[in-house]
Design a binder for this molecule. Structure first.
Ligand code: SAH
Length: 271
């Protein structure tokens, strides 16, 4: 597809270079993981690997099966993840973004070890009133960023297929009282706080839609992808209930459960 013709801005006399819209047939997939252990497991799936270091991040480029991919640890929080995904899009030319990590449960339906695919995201800590409505991202006129439905469905199928497959290792499930993990889709909210107390947990539910899970990067990545018109999906393994017990056995959980989920779901997603 050709790029649309450029236009001249009559006020500034500058050329406005128009970006071509993304196509569903992506050529270079970006995979961001919010935990280094998850990223390492995904890198194990890659061939022909090479590393590029930009702004203190290690970008691992290569192939997962036939797909060109670049995999990186996003770092934590909205600014870190936004910076990382911007590099993936503008420097590496990635045209589809997959974000994986862990999250705290907000919905009572969720248990540790369940998986949530975001069908919508919101930054729960944005409040620019009275300039803009609560939760509205200034100058975008949006409070919710929604990924493409077909990608959400594809991720949902990949997660369900992986969970039902022989590849799922149940060995350490008992350590975290996981029985049968389930896969959901729903609203994931993001903010620059690790939520571990009842008041913050309660406050998150003031977002005017039903919240499934809370984390620290997803909605920021969604906003950047939306602005660049790059399709994306965000999926999260529930690691805690976003309450006082939130950091118990966190690292063990990432190593035993979340890392195998991330790599497994990505493998099925790209199959
Ligand atoms: N404390 C960890 C590292 C930070 S965890 C350690 O000791 O290694 C931060 C990651 O967990 C972020 O990617 C965030 O998105 C996710 N996360 C998991 N549970 C969360 C919760 N209850 N609130 C906010 N973010 C959460």
């Amino acid at each position: 597809m050709l790029n649309p013709p450029n236009e001249i801005d009559l006020k500034t006399n500058c050329i406005i270079a128009k970006q071509r819209p993304s196509t569903p047939q992506s050529k270079h997939i970006a995979i961001l993981g919010a935990m280094p252990q998850e990223v390492n497991k995904i890198i194990e799936l890659m061939s022909e690997k090479e590393i590029t270091i930009i702004a203190d991040r290690e970008y691992h480029s290569g192939y997962i099966g036939p797909h060109k991919a670049t995999v990186v640890f996003s770092r934590w929080g909205k600014v870190a993840a936004s910076s990382t995904v911007t590099t993936l899009i503008t420097h590496f030319g990635c045209d589809c973004v997959v974000f994986t990590g862990v999250a705290g449960a907000v919905s009572d339906d969720l248990n540790i070890g369940d998986i949530v695919i975001a069908d919508s995201t919101c930054q729960h800590d944005v409040d620019a009133r009275p300039l803009f409505e609560r939760f509205c991202i200034p100058l975008t006129n949006k409070s919710f960023f929604k990924p493409q439905e077909d990608l959400v469905q594809k991720a949902l199928n990949a997660a369900k297929d992986f969970i039902a497959s022989d590849e799922l290792n149940h060995k350490n499930f008992h350590k975290f009282s996981i029985e049968e993990p389930r896969v959901y889709k729903g609203l994931i909210v993001t903010g620059d706080q690790f939520i571990t107390d009842a008041a913050s947990h309660e406050a998150i539910q003031s977002v005017p839609e039903v919240v499934m899970a809370v984390e620290m990067e997803g909605a920021a990545v969604a906003q950047v992808c939306d602005e660049h018109q790059v399709p994306y999906i965000i999926f999260r393994t529930i690691s805690d209930k976003a309450d006082h017990s939130a950091n118990i056995d966190f690292i063990d959980f990432i190593e035993d459960i979340a890392s195998q989920y991330s790599a497994g779901i990505i493998k099925y997603f790209l199959a």
